[in-house]
Write a protein that binds this ligand. Structure first.
Ligand SMILES: C[S@@+](CC[C@H](N)C(=O)[O-])C[C@H]1O[C@@H](n2cnc3c(N)ncnc32)[C@H](O)[C@@H]1O
Length: 231
């Protein structure tokens, strides 16, 4: 499936006029969306995979994922109801919405049991770059509870500017959300993320190949350790 840059430019401009922040520039709207499908397929996504898109926003990634996946396979959580509704109207073709039947939930507590299913892939693009450590730990706990044994969690992050520090220490979300229109970034060290994963029987790999990443954020791949998969 291809989505043209012209289409992306047209949709971006309509979003912009509606006052919806899509997460960056017109190029970001196309490229950061396409990159989400690319990173998932690189790590084995197929049309029948069950995917949870955490903080799906106005569906910048969803517009690539929903058409690619079989119907009833895409699930998005987004507490900014207005942004999500505009995304559903402007960003995704109504015929695709009807055929693919994506499911959405607007909770802001990182509760993923709301869909009553388990997922093969979790994706969180530009989420850990705003989330607190407590929120990241909650996402990891929910991944362990609501994913299939060989599930994969792809999440983007940004390292602290000072390498030996663990980064953001606050308890709340930093940046734009359903509650704030102030921009901001939260950074977390790979060392802290590794520890949080290890405590839950998970391992994390940093995807350091430039061609798989987009912009300043680096993808992390999180999976169960072998022993936990065998249980
Ligand atoms: C920078 S945007 C990224 C959106 C999308 N993942 C993308 O790549 O286009 C961050 C998103 O996280 C959402 N968000 C904020 N707080 C959240 C929460 N507690 N749970 C889930 N999503 C949240 C914001 O409303 C926003 O849509």
């Amino acid at each position: 499936m291809t989505i043209s840059r012209e289409d992306s430019a047209r949709i971006y401009s309509t979003l912009d006029k509606s006052g919806v922040f899509s997460g960056g520039s017109q190029n970001d709207f196309h490229d950061a969306g396409e990159n989400q499908l690319a990173i998932l397929t690189h790590f084995g996504l197929t049309a029948s995979s069950m995917v949870l898109d955490i903080g799906c926003g106005c569906l910048r990634g969803g517009r690539w994922l929903i058409p690619y996946l079989n119907s009833d396979c895409y699930f998005g959580v987004e507490p900014n109801v207005e942004m999500l509704e505009i995304g559903k109207k402007i960003v995704i073709d109504s015929k695709i919405l009807q055929d693919k039947k994506p499911k959405f939930n607007t909770n802001s507590d990182f509760e993923f049991d709301v869909f009553g299913t388990t997922f093969d892939y979790f994706i969180a693009r530009s989420i850990w770059t705003h989330a607190s450590k407590k929120q990241i730990e909650k996402m990891l706990d929910q991944f362990v509870r609501h994913s299939s044994p060989s599930a994969r969690f792809l999440t983007s992050y940004m390292r602290p500017r000072i390498p030996f520090l663990d980064g953001y220490k606050g308890e709340s979300w930093v940046g734009k959300s359903h509650e704030s229109d102030q921009p901001g970034i939260a950074r977390h060290s790979l060392r802290w993320i590794e520890k949080a994963c290890l405590n839950r029987g998970l391992k994390v790999s940093s995807i350091d190949e430039p061609k798989l990443n987009y912009g300043a954020q680096i993808w992390l791949l999180i999976e169960r350790t072998q022993e936990d998969t065998d249980l």
